[in-house]
Design a protein around this ligand. Structure first.
Ligand code: GRF
Length: 192
């Protein structure tokens, strides 16, 4: 199945860029129809505009506009890619089973409220873990507890700083964010 994909972002958008590049190279067949950010100045919005993708700032509490915009673009799959706000319950209900999120750890480890961005990698460093990784899961009403779709480990055994761990895990994120869409496209294709 090919999806009309919306990507929701809050920051630099390197995960979004991985999807844009995969789409341009034919690595995914789904179309990135819309990028939404809760941050008006998110560089991810620039990345979308440079790729000719409709890009819109929507305040994270404005669920009416979010719902309207998703419907207007016939969105049937949402990827949260560095989006740092909770999705309104009404939107989760409407798109249940079709909202994915990427998290920079091997969930359920280092997940839940407060575990985002560098907080995750600092916790991994302090624990002395030799392995970290990234997870893509289905969004539900809680933080980072939904069914896992894909997870990949990252070897961090030689790394000494949280920044180095973040950079290594980010490479894994860029791989699995593309792989997750490909897997859904294939699964639905075989089910068609
Ligand atoms: C990534 O580690 C992502 O998992 C986290 O935000 C970081 C930056 O993502 N949520 P991006 O460069 O904005 O895609």
């Amino acid at each position: 199945m090919v999806y009309n994909l919306a990507v929701m972002v809050s920051g630099g958008g390197t995960n979004l860029q991985a999807l844009i590049d995969a789409s341009a190279a034919g690595g995914i067949r789904s179309k990135i129809c819309l990028v939404i950010s809760n941050k008006e100045d998110a560089y991810a919005l620039e990345r979308a505009r440079s790729a000719g993708i409709p890009a819109q700032y929507i305040h994270h509490t404005n669920q009416e506009e979010l719902g309207r915009t998703l419907s207007a673009h016939n969105i049937d799959l949402i990827m949260l890619a560095g989006y740092l706000q909770k999705i309104p319950a009404e939107i989760i209900e409407k798109y249940r089973g079709r909202i994915l999120n990427i998290h920079p750890s091997l969930l359920p480890k280092y997940g839940g409220k407060g575990f985002y961005g560098m907080n995750v990698h600092r916790a991994v460093l302090n624990a002395g873990d030799a392995v970290s990784g990234a997870t893509i899961f289905y969004v539900d009403e809680n933080y980072d507890t939904g069914r896992i779709l894909i997870q990949q480990q990252t070897d961090i055994s030689g790394l000494k700083t949280a920044e180095d761990i973040a950079a290594a895990v980010l490479e894994t994120e860029h791989k699995i964010i593309v792989e997750s869409i490909r897997r859904l496209e294939y699964e639905k294709k075989s089910a068609d």
